[in-house]
Ligand binder design. Structure first.
Ligand code: ADP
Ligand code: ZN
Length: 437
């Protein structure tokens, strides 16, 4: 395979040089942090009073963790390290788990961020000949403007189509010969159903690649989208606290996400003991930004669960790879005492080919017990008015789920296109159980 690198010298930098670069940038970042009200007291309590108190990369572990709660407490200006007049933009998280948090950027911060996104895009084989349709929400959400700027940096023709309005998306794709799109995996799953409805055939569009991220999805879902649309799908990971997209991305090997270690320090910790896990084990991802002066954030607990691949990537990049993020530690459902992640359910149902492209997980109280209902759409080859194959499929889904998650779910089948599709991050779980306070 012919690999393509945006910054070959950085992307293939030997580990020892990469680590000295990280140390240098970490010191600078601690210097910025010491200009913010929040970190001035937080770092002083840990005995860190100046950037020179950081002497080796191991000193990172002297820095206390930062949580989403801290960011909310520091709202609106507690994490700002530069004069207000030097801030050129702000972004906010989607607020999936509560009040959104705000991040500020200087002009140079925006430039550095676009550089990382460009590196991700170019590394999948895109060039300035490509036409890029950014089918994701613009606005405060970082996925819109973040990918937009990265795409322009690569020199692609960028169409800021935004999310939703599938029919207009098809029009744009046909009018301008779109070759690459960015969207949530749930939106991409739904594209093929809508294409069929709109009478758009695969040969009418020139799509080759998609970047899919902003929410967890399984390898089966990736394969399904690739099969439906005959394209390559690359996993894109980022979060607003770390700028947004451009933190970790798959290369053409499509096997793990290279985290750009000249821009971020990644650690994996055990969320209970807060100690680092053994190399390759799963735990919570903790990130330190190394490329932003306006809002330094050190050792941020993402709650996202993943681990490192330990072997080198055939592409020759030296930046370590993260495994597909399976969800957040706070996504875990406890159903009649059994712990499960929505991603485990997704993996099972997306592996059954007669299952359609959308699903919903409902958890409710049923008497004293919890009840799990999995609602899925059926594929176009199944007729809703013929009950025998439907019942057989329902039973197959139920039995496969039970074997894999040790919970006996109720399964409901719905016609293709009838379950709700969200424009932004998909809402896959409805948990209606009363909460203990
Ligand atoms: P919020 O935390 O409110 O959702 P963001 O919009 O910043 O705010 O979203 C970042 C989060 O989205 C990540 O922490 C992670 O949970 C999820 N996410 C982003 N990309 C991926 C991906 N490729 N795979 C799994 N989860 C992802
Ligand atoms: Zn690689």
């Amino acid at each position: 395979m012919d690999f393509q690198y945006w910054h070959p010298a950085v992307e293939k930098m030997p580990r020892d040089r990469l680590e000295s670069l990280q140390l240098e940038k970490l010191k600078a970042e601690v210097g910025y942090a010491l200009k913010t009200p929040f970190y001035t007291s937080r770092l002083a309590a840990a005995g860190i009073h100046s950037a020179d108190d950081i002497k080796t990369l191991d000193d990172l572990r002297r820095i206390p963790f930062t949580t989403k709660h801290d960011l909310r407490e520091g709202f609106p200006w507690g994490f700002l390290a530069i004069p207000r007049a030097e801030v050129v933009r702000l972004h906010a998280s989607s607020g999936t788990t509560g009040m959104p948090t705000t991040i500020y950027f200087s002009r140079d911060d925006i430039k550095r961020w676009s550089g990382f996104v460009a590196r991700c895009i170019y590394g999948t084989g895109c060039t300035k000949e490509d036409v890029f349709q950014n089918m994701i929400t613009y606005g405060l959400f970082t996925g819109g403007l973040g990918f937009h700027a990265g795409g322009e940096e690569v020199g692609m023709l960028v169409i800021p189509s935004g999310a939703g309005n599938t029919f207009r998306q098809f029009r744009l794709m046909q009018d301008f010969g779109t070759t690459v799109v960015h969207a949530t995996p749930s939106f991409l799953l739904h594209v093929e159903d809508r294409m069929r409805e709109a009478g758009v055939k695969r040969e009418h569009i020139s799509l080759k690649r998609a970047f899919a991220g902003a929410e967890p999805y399984s390898e089966d879902t990736r394969r399904r989208i690739e099969g439906l649309l005959h394209i390559d799908v690359y996993n894109s990971y980022g979060l607003s606290e770390m700028n947004g997209p451009g933190v970790a991305f798959e290369c053409q090997c499509k096997n793990g996400l290279h985290v750009w270690e000249d821009g971020y320090i990644a650690e994996i910790i055990d969320p209970d003991t807060l100690e680092p896990v053994a190399d390759g084990e799963t735990g919570e991802l903790v990130l330190t930004v190394l490329c932003r002066e306006a809002t330094p954030i050190l050792r941020y607990r993402t709650r996202d669960l993943t681990g490192f691949y330990t072997e080198a990537c055939p592409c020759g990049r030296t930046h370590r790879r993260l495994r597909r993020i399976t969800g957040r530690s706070d996504d875990m459902l406890i159903i009649n005492g059994v712990n499960i992640f929505p991603s485990q359910i997704e993996e099972v149902i997306m592996g059954i080919k007669e299952v359609g492209n959308n699903y919903l997980i409902v958890v409710e109280k049923y008497g004293a017990l919890d009840r799990l209902t999995v609602k899925t759409e059926v594929g176009p080859e199944i007729f809703m008015d013929d009950s025998r194959p439907l019942n057989a499929l329902k039973e197959r889904i139920r039995a496969t789920l039970q074997a894999s998650i040790s919970i006996n779910p109720k399964v409901e089948l719905h016609e293709g296109g009838s379950l709700p599709v969200s424009e932004g991050k998909a809402v896959r779980v409805q948990d209606t159980r009363p909460r203990d306070v």
